[in-house]
Design a protein around this ligand. Structure first.
Ligand code: NAP
Length: 295
């Protein structure tokens, strides 16, 4: 069996087209333009690339964007006062603070300071709590993107055995919570694995759907999955450079070997990655509609 390749690139493009339409309608019918502010502290090159592509995507979709690039030396109070200003600014519907922050800034204090209504990353405890009780306003972007990938490629989650490897607050825990909701596109039996899991392969081998977010190149090998599994590989690992100096990326699963056993699999790059930004834009449009009382 050779697996169906689930293209996050193509599915993200579909969602972008839907968003373009929604944004145009907001402008035409209500004279409203969604606004997103991105805040970056420091000069981490990967974070600069992420923030740059978020601003570019805003531009191409017709979302108003403001970008705050602050030096490494910025203190917590300065950052909190910028967030306070953005919380009060009616042009801004979504606020994204790029993580990780420099060590001298308390990440929790910063995330807690964002108005939950503008928390388009979905990391505020209020939004995490709403997800836990099955009534989310915003789903965190990467897990939301994973659910969309499954739904839009026709993968049935209802009653499926889903195994998630990795329990981070940004991927593992929220995707486990999303897929166990008693809802369409969810209703799965979910197992969450981590470094404390005994005999991880005994869990991964049972999975109908295996979602891997652990950050170790090719850690999941073909002998750890069953025939016909659907694999979502969240991992992004830089394993070298091309002659032109570009990073060579690979995921957390052994793609080449597993694609011979799997029913469907996401590639790295071009799988989960493109979905994350588009779901951020989707949350920004939702925040705009919520603020205007349109949903
Ligand atoms: P993280 O915060 O580093 O957490 C890693 C998780 O994996 C932890 O829960 C850890 O367990 C678990 N783990 C690590 N090694 C393990 C092992 N050998 N066996 C079992 N569990 C193990 O990771 P993250 O932020 O979720 O990111 C994971 C990967 O996804 C990274 O490669 C990251 O770059 C990528 N990512 C991609 C996107 C995207 O948009 N494509 C978005 C976010 C993240 P413990 O809790 O026990 O330590």
């Amino acid at each position: 069996m050779t697996a169906q390749i689930i293209s996050g690139k193509d599915i993200a493009k579909q969602i972008r087209e839907e968003l373009e339409q929604e944004i145009a309608e907001l402008k035409e019918k209500h004279n409203i333009v969604p606004g997103l502010a991105t805040v970056l502290v420091g000069e981490d090159p990967a974070s600069q690339v992420y923030v740059g592509s978020k601003s570019k995507t805003c531009q191409s979709l017709g979302i108003y964007s403001e970008r705050y690039d602050l030096p490494d030396t910025t203190d917590e109070q300065t950052l909190l006062s910028i967030i306070d200003r953005l919380n009060k600014d009616p042009k801004i519907n979504g606020i994204l603070v790029q993580l990780p922050l420099p060590k001298h800034i308390n990440e929790n204090n910063v995330l807690m300071a964002i108005d939950p209504k503008k928390d388009v990353d979905g990391f505020h405890p209020v939004n995490m709590g709403k997800l836990m009780i099955g009534e989310p306003d915003y789903l965190p972007c990467t897990p939301h993107g994973i659910q969309e990938l499954l739904i839009r490629s026709g993968v049935k989650t209802d009653g499926a055995d889903v195994v998630v490897v990795g329990r981070s607050n940004i991927v593992g825990k929220p995707i486990a919570n999303i897929l166990l909701q008693k809802k369409e596109g969810a209703n799965a039996t979910v197992t969450l694995c981590h470094t404390g899991t005994r005999d991880m392969a005994s869990h991964t081998r049972r999975a109908d759907i295996l979602i891997v977010a652990l950050g170790k190149p090719k850690a999941i090998t073909a002998d750890m999955v069953k025939d016909g599994v659907v694999v979502i590989d969240v991992g992004v690992n830089r394993i070298g450079k091309t002659d032109e100096g570009k990073s060579i990326l690979c995921g957390d699963v052994d793609f080449e070997a597993i694609k011979e056993k799997a029913k469907a699999i996401t590639p790295v790059p071009g799988g989960v990655g493109p979905m994350t930004i588009v779901m951020l834009m989707s949350n920004t449009v939702k925040a705009t509609k919520l603020a205007a009382g349109l949903v």
